[in-house]
Design a protein. Structure first.
Length: 430
């Protein structure tokens, strides 16, 4: 279902965003550019959910670092999609509504962005070209300082900008020239359009905001490396910011929220070098743990749902062999994560049994689209079983010495008083 897929996307992008934040903190300690950390988080956060939908991402072995990290978190935080994996009668209607709202929101955002650019282009016809302090600029009535145009980008300054002190003008123009050289306006517009494709994901909007801030801070760094005086440059930021009106996400400029301006000025202060490396190590380890968690987060099972809201049938048997095929060496378990006993059923003293069927591929893993629940004594047992099967590792079945796809059937019993689980592979009933 769309809702499960959305929850998975938000969870994964959240872990990636926190990892990028840790990387940013570490890089800031050494005055290094940070935009790549946020750009990587944005692209990865947009890519993971589609890859999981195509079946290219699957849970790894239960002994992995990501699984250990996930095990230390509350279940709903470690895998929020678990709370939304059963197909209910109303799921189709809910997914249809979500899909309609998704498409509508994306269309509105893209239309608003296009309207903003059209308005700027229309206003730009009345701007005049001048050379100011050695910089070619467009002079507007009250817009800027900013960049204008995607294919042919120019620096735009308002009329009042000419009345600023010469040193302030020069530093502000140096700032915009650095944006121009780095192609920042194209980068931010591209990222804005990409995030508009998932308007329901608040994490991606936050990542975009952090990316924009990182673009500004990296630009400040390049200006200072070029020889600008930090005190004079900070003064220019303050003076221009007080007189500049915001123009939204359409362009990078000196006009930023006060919180970001404060961060930018703070970043120019001298560093305490003696305490850098311990904190850098802490941030680095945190980033690695969060990356592992994002990579190991179990995606929604495609056998349970898809983006249409209609339950998908099990993957076609295709060239998979039944376990009772003559001459076939059936798959054998190498490792199998213990299914978690549902807490409510455990406390209520409810035992259960789940009969599952799935295809073990030549790589020794259950193919995500093949996992079926044939019988279950209680619906709450289904999710733990699916997750356990998805994380299991098998010695693949072999026929004539060659690894082949084999369809297996596995009963799993949840037994009290201890949350133990018994399982066995046995030939499919024919």
């Amino acid at each position: 279902m769309i809702a499960a897929w959305m929850l998975y996307a938000i969870a994964v992008s959240g872990a990636l965003a926190l990892a990028a934040l840790a990387v940013e903190r570490a890089l800031t300690l050494y005055r290094q550019p940070v935009r790549l950390a946020w750009l990587a988080a944005l692209l990865a956060g947009l890519s993971f959910p589609p890859l999981s939908l195509l079946g290219w991402l699957a849970p790894r072995s239960g002994n992995s670092l990501g699984s250990l990290v996930a095990a230390s978190l509350p279940p709903l935080l470690a895998s929020p999609v678990h709370a939304y994996t059963r197909v209910e009668p109303w799921a189709g209607a809910l997914d249809a509504a979500l899909l309609g709202a998704w498409v509508t929101a994306t269309a509105v955002i893209l239309a608003s962005l296009a309207a903003t650019f059209r308005r700027l282009r229309r206003e730009g016809t009345g701007w005049t070209r001048e050379e100011l302090d050695g910089f070619p600029v467009l002079v507007s009535l009250d817009l800027g300082p900013a960049l204008f145009g995607l294919l042919s980008t120019s620096i735009v300054v308002p009329r009042w900008f000419r009345d600023l002190p010469a040193e302030t003008r020069k530093l502000a123009l140096l700032h915009e020239r650095e944006h121009l050289r780095a192609g920042d306006i194209r980068l931010l517009v591209f990222c804005l359009v990409a995030v508009a494709l998932v308007p329901w994901n608040p994490v991606m909007w936050w990542v975009l905001r952090r990316l924009r801030a990182a673009v500004e801070m990296d630009c400040d760094y390049r200006v200072l490396v070029g020889g600008a005086n930090p005190k004079a440059y900070a003064g220019a930021l303050l003076e221009v910011s007080e007189r500049t009106g915001p123009l939204g996400l359409a362009r990078p400029a000196l006009a930023e929220p006060k919180s970001l301006l404060s961060r930018r000025i703070t970043a120019m202060l001298p560093l305490h070098k003696s305490t850098r490396w311990p904190w850098a190590a802490v941030y680095g380890l945190a980033a690695l743990a969060l990356l592992a968690l994002a990579c190991e987060a179990p995606p929604p099972d495609r056998a349970a749902a898809d983006l249409t809201g209609v339950p998908t049938p099990a993957a076609a048997l295709g060239n998979a062999y039944p376990e009772n095929t003559p001459g076939l060496e059936p798959p054998e378990r190498v490792s199998f994560p213990l299914p978690a006993y549902p807490k409510l059923l455990l406390e209520a003293g409810v035992e259960g049994r789940v009969l599952s069927r799935f295809v073990v591929g030549p790589d020794g893993r259950a193919e995500p689209g093949s996992i079926e629940i044939l019988e279950t004594s209680h619906g709450a047992f289904e999710t733990p079983v699916r997750n356990a099967i998805a994380g299991a590792v098998f010695r693949p079945g072999r026929l004539a010495g060659k690894a082949v796809r084999v369809q297996v059937q596995m009963p799993i019993r949840f037994v009290l008083p201890k949350p133990s689980v018994l399982m066995e592979l046995r030939p499919s009933r024919r």
